[in-house]
Design a protein around this ligand. Sequence first.
Ligand SMILES: C[S@@+](CC[C@H](N)C(=O)[O-])C[C@H]1O[C@@H](n2cnc3c(N)ncnc32)[C@H](O)[C@@H]1O
Length: 264
Amino acid sequence: MEKCGTEPPKAGDASEVFGEPSASVASSGTKRPREEILRENYPSKSAYKKALKDRKKLETKLFRKEQRKKEQAIERERKKEERLKEKLSPEEIEERRKKSKERVANQRKVKQERIEKFRKALSTAPTVVIDLEFGELMTESERRSLAHQLMHCYAMNKKSEKPCNILLSGLDGIMCESTESLSGFENWEVRRERKGYIEAVSEKKDDLVYLTADAEDVIDTFDPSKLYIIGGLVDRNRHKGVCKKKAEDQGIATGRLPIQDHVK
Ligand SMILES: C[S@@+](CC[C@H](N)C(=O)[O-])C[C@H]1O[C@@H](n2cnc3c(N)ncnc32)[C@H](O)[C@@H]1O
């Protein structure tokens, strides 16, 4: 399948997303450092940012350690099996083989059920657009960071009880290259469009709302009939106001999420 902008979600086998762990991914099955990192505990913004970075590094380290442990446990189990087989009768070996087959079939069934539940939830879910038309405004490492954030979004959305349909618009050129390195990207159940959202969903222009911290209007309630657009732009705020200006030039609404009000 083509990796960049094409068709609506395909009904193929959805692969799991594996990649660099985020804090939340690292947390699954891993003991996390407990204390929260709060801005007020640091004398400067840079010290605070460094603490966040160090925390992320630590979590990545813990995540990898956990992965290694899991691999070692699998290997131990395999060796144990081998040793056992040497002592087992042919009937016992057959019995074990049968059980193992059943286990695999059961795991497949559980996975398939999860995929079906996800697809069913998507059939009535709202759509969130991720605007990938800013590729040229970013450095290579910022594009890489964006690609990783996309991966986390996708993974989180897939696990969510109430997932959203994701439309990746403007997935072309340099952004297409950046997403190519993402493991399993071609199997993601998202809609990909080479065109920008303004063309891709032109019939819904009146329902488009560009989310930006620079908007005057605050969004307090989520309206599922709207298509909210998130700017795919990692810029350390170098390009201030670029999303708001784009939306205004295109004649579409903007809205700000009151994120700051909820950050300590
Ligand atoms: C890191 S920001 C890039 C900011 C960019 N300079 C701009 O013009 O908005 C990337 C995206 O995060 C989303 N975002 C960040 N803070 C937001 C807020 N308070 N409300 C709504 N969206 C926000 C917006 O969709 C924005 O396009």
